[in-house]
Design a protein around this ligand. Structure first.
Ligand code: ZN
Ligand code: ZN
Length: 224
């Protein structure tokens, strides 16, 4: 992928900076004021960033996600020392302490989609959290961007494999991929490296496959 035009990279960085500091997405008008650009130029830049899968916009052009950040609730709350973020999904929630400069450790909380139990972990940058819970991902890697909000909505944490089974039965979905907390943590550990830095480049598919393999993921679900 080509390097972003520098104005688009300025917009991208300001979106990430705002999410990291405030937990919320900036409005286009705010971005325009911060960057000294006009609002139409910012909106056009946001659309190009969305086309490049750097952001997800809603129908009115507002920012829904800049992975691992989300402006909408998708089942997870992530609490730092002074800031509260929506975790985009299990993967994104576990990734936040890896990318937040001032919060190497966060509290990730959610409810088990299978039984409704409250679940929470202290997730740090350096070691996987303790626990016997499991993550279930519904959408295979190759289709994750077909509808990325639906994909993230269905990357959840459950008490156990039994709770995954009851959710599968109740929702009518096909079973996806189940992993333990340590594997989820390794998947999240370096996936978003560099997103808050200038000149970030998305991984090529072959690099993504190597990364998934190194995290301990297996099978066609991950394109391996
Ligand atoms: Zn449960
Ligand atoms: Zn996600």
């Amino acid at each position: 992928m080509d390097d972003l035009e520098s104005a688009d990279e300025d917009v991208r960085l300001e979106v990430y900076r705002t999410f990291a500091i405030t937990g919320r997405a900036p409005a286009a008008a705010t971005l325009a004021a911060e960057l000294g650009l006009d609002a139409d130029a910012v909106r056009a830049g946001l659309r190009r960033l969305a086309d490049g899968r750097h952001l997800v916009l809603d129908d009115s052009g507002d920012i829904v996600m800049a992975h691992p950040f989300s402006s909408v609730p998708l089942g997870f709350a992530v609490m730092g020392r002074e800031t509260l973020w929506w975790g985009g999904c299990a993967w994104d929630s576990f990734a936040l302490p890896q990318v937040l400069p001032d919060d190497p450790e966060v509290l990730v909380s959610t409810r088990c989609p299978g039984c409704g139990a409250a679940l929470a972990w202290i997730v740090s940058r350096s070691v996987p959290p303790e626990g016997r819970e499991v993550a279930h991902f519904l959408v295979p890697a190759a289709q994750m961007w077909d509808d990325v909000v639906r994909t993230c909505s269905n990357q959840r944490l459950f008490c156990s494999d039994t709770c995954v089974d009851s959710w599968i039965a109740a929702s009518g979905n096909a079973r996806g991929y189940v992993m333990d907390l340590a594997t989820l943590w390794r998947l999240a550990q370096h996936w978003y490296d560099g997103r808050l830095d200038r000149g970030y480049r998305r991984r090529e598919p072959v690099q993504a496959a190597d990364y998934f393999r190194a995290a301990g993921l297996r099978g066609t679900f991950w394109g391996l």
